[in-house]
Structure formats: structure tokens, C-alpha cells
Design a protein around this ligand. Structure first.
Ligand code: GLY
Length: 373
């Protein structure tokens, strides 16, 4: 990490540092999370792939974002530059270049960004041909009055700004895995769409069980959020979405409040996992709102996991214990520099980078066992 910061460079957060905290409303027993002024401890949090891939360079996403933040860069520029490393790395087949393609073998990418201090956001979905959708999402926020550009419109917008448009973002790995999936789900054998959907899911799970795909790469995605010493908070989520999705399917990642939400007075939250479940519950918004009410990031996300579980009632989505048969992972930081990564099950990891360097932690699971149990 190039910009390691000495602990003494930071004012300790919390009341001792003279930070003015909002008064909790009647009946709230937990510490309030809203901070109105003061100095803050820079921190970056990301899904586990944020501290795994370097795209041939020297820094992972969280290291890059943290070094830029502490070097004075805008926090959004920093977290986007961080996830660009993962988007560009062909070894991560869940994001950007080489992300697992849709059912027709075409890589379609989704992303959104949110700038806490500017209260602006931008997103792209079903974007083809651009390796770094997070950078295009940032330009939607910077250059337009809109939030979300889709499909060809998003690509034309990117082309107009000088982004390179490529005919195909598949790598050898993503194409090989798609061909394997295609071989297994010859649709001419499955005339009933319900049976076909169930079969496609079964094949996905088989391929995970056989070690062909990592379980947290089925829905892919990287979320990365950061806070600087001024307490400015920004976030980004970027993904190739559900592997072998119906062309045009868009998940939670580019949708504000679902795959990402930032409130500069409170904190940031993002997610990876089954986007549909997240969309039904506006998960990232609810997590930030929970933190606004005074919850620790971990408690805010545990509450969210339980809420998504309550909203999951279709039998095809439940395991033998009546719990979701898929996983969700959430990542959050608050203005006080508290952070956590929480998932339904003991699966996957999250990463942070602060003055002590980059570290990867196991997710905190809410339920014992596995999604398939
Ligand atoms: N969470 C990524 C997706 O569902 O597309």
C-alpha cells in the first residue's frame, strides 16, 4: 500500500473527538450514527474480490482506493479507480471484462455510483462492450441530469465520451464456462419455461458444486465504499450480473437503494448476491436507514438479512429448513468508521483498507450451515 497512514494522523472518532452526534429519538437506546461535524478515519470496504485481484499491478481495489483517498483524491474517483482494477482483471469472471455472459454468450454489465457530499448518483445497465462500467456510471452522474442509462443508449453515451467499445468482452474462461452451461441446458429439451428455469438453476448449482464456478461468482459483483478524513462518503457497485441471465436482465447493482446506497450524514451500504431479492427489499437503502436510526452496521445488515428472509416466500427459493436457498452478502460503513460484512450463510469474505493496510475477513453469517442445507 503506497499511502500508509500513521494512526496519530487521525483524530479518534466518537464523542471524545468532539464530534457532534445527533440526539436519538425517543425510545432508541443505541448510539446515534449521524455525525454533523468533526474529523474522520479514512477507510475503504469492499466485497472479498476487492482485496484479491491486482490485474497485474501492485495494488488491490481497496489498497488503490485507500491510497487515493489519503492522497487527497475525491472519494468517488478513488473507489471507482479501485473497482476498475477488478473490472479489468480477466481472472475475476464476475465483473467487467471477462464477466460471465448472458444466456446468448454476451457480456452485459451493470453498475452504479453514488457521491455522498454531492448527493448525486449515476448508473448503467445491460451495457455491452465497455470493460469498466463503473467509470461510465460515474460519467452519467458527472455529465447528465439522469441516473440510469440502459443498453445501447448507455453504450452510445460511453462511445461519445471516448470509451473504447469492444465487440466482445468474453475471455477464454468466461466463454469456456458459458459453452459448458450451454452444453448442459439444451433448451430444445425443456419446453415448459418453469421446468427450464428450474433446470438452469440446477445446472448452475451443479457447476458450483463441481468447483467450476465460485459460489459468490454466480451473481458476481464488487461493491466498494470509502470515507475520507473529512467524512465524505462515496460508493460504487459493479457487476456482470447473474451468470447466463436472460439477455436484458438487470439486477440490483445499478439500482440505487438496492445494490448501493450512500447518505453522507450516515454511511454507505452495498450488496452482492441474488439481485432480485435485494430489489424486492431495497436492501442498501434500508441498511443505511437502519444505521441512521443508530444501529451498528453489523446489526443494520443482520436486520436486513432477516427482512429479505421474511420476503422470501416462494417454495422454489427455500431450502429444507424454510430459509432462502441462495446467499446475500452486505457490506457497510458508517460515519464513525465502523464497518462489517454480513451474509446469510458462512460464505465469502469482505475486505477493508485503513491505516493498518488491507485485510480480508470472513463474512459474519446470520444462519448456520449452507444455503443448500
Ligand atoms: N447482485 C448482482 C445481480 O444480481 O445482478
Amino acid at each position: 500500500m503506497s499511502a500508509r497512514i500513521n494512526r496519530r494522523d487521525f483524530v479518534v472518532t466518537g464523542a471524545a473527538a468532539g464530534i457532534s452526534l445527533a440526539i436519538p429519538s425517543k425510545g432508541e437506546s443505541q448510539a446515534p450514527a449521524v455525525i454533523t461535524r468533526g474529523e474522520f478515519r479514512p477507510l475503504v470496504i469492499a466485497s472479498g474480490n476487492g482485496n484479491r485481484f491486482k490485474n497485474g499491478g501492485t495494488q488491490t481495489a481497496v489498497e488503490k482506493a485507500f491510497s487515493m483517498i489519503t492522497g487527497g483524491s475525491d472519494v468517488l474517483d478513488a473507489v471507482v479507480a479501485g473497482v476498475n482494477i477488478v473490472e479489468l482483471d480477466p481472472l475475476d469472471y464476475s465483473v467487467g471484462y471477462g464477466g460471465l455472459p448472458n444466456a446468448e454468450g454476451v457480456v452485459q454489465l451493470d453498475s452504479c455510483v453514488m457521491h455522498g457530499p454531492r448527493k448525486r448518483a449515476g448508473g448503467v445497465c445491460a451495457l455491452e462492450g465497455v470493460r469498466t462500467p463503473a467509470s461510465v456510471a460515474k460519467e452519467v452522474a458527472n455529465q447528465t441530469d439522469h441516473h440510469l442509462l440502459a443498453g445501447k443508449g448507455a453504450q452510445d453515451f460511453a462511445r461519445g465520451l471516448g470509451f473504447t467499445i469492444e465487440a466482445d468482452l468474453n475471455t477464454e474462461t468466461s466463454r469456456r464456462l458459458w459453452l459448458e452451461w450451454k452444453r448442459r441446458v439444451d433448451p430444445s429439451h425443456y419446453l415448459d419455461p418453469k421446468d427450464r428455469a428450474a433446470f438452469e438453476e440446477k445446472v448452475r448449482r451443479e457447476m458450483v458444486a463441481e468447483g467450476l464456478i465460485e459460489s459468490d461468482h454466480v451473481y458476481g459483483t464488487i461493491n466498494c465504499d470509502g470515507i475520507n478524513a473529512k467524512g465524505e462518503i462515496c460508493g460504487v457497485t459493479t457487476t456482470s450480473g447473474l451468470s447466463w441471465k436472460i439477455p436484458g436482465r438487470v439486477g440490483d447493482s445499478p439500482i440505487l437503494g438496492a445494490g448501493l446506497y450512500v447518505d453522507n450524514d450516515v454511511g454507505a451500504a452495498g450488496s452482492t448476491g441474488r439481485g432480485e431479492a435485494n430489489l424486492y427489499s431495497c436492501a442498501s437503502y434500508v441498511i443505511v436507514d437502519n444505521m441512521r436510526k443508530g444501529m451498528h452496521p453489523k446489526d443494520a445488515m443482520v436486520d436486513m438479512c432477516k427482512r429479505v428472509t421474511r420476503n422470501t416466500i416462494e417454495k422454489r427459493l427455500l431450502n429444507s429448513r424454510g430459509l432462502p436457498n441462495f446467499d446475500m452478502s452486505y457490506y457497510a460503513i458508517d460515519k464513525q468508521g465502523r464497518y462489517a460484512g454480513v451474509s446469510f450463510y458462512d460464505n465469502g469474505s469482505y475486505a477493508i483498507c485503513n491505516e493498518n493496510g488491507a485485510q480480508t475477513f470472513k463474512m459474519d453469517p446470520v444462519y448456520p450451515g449452507k444455503s443448500s442445507d
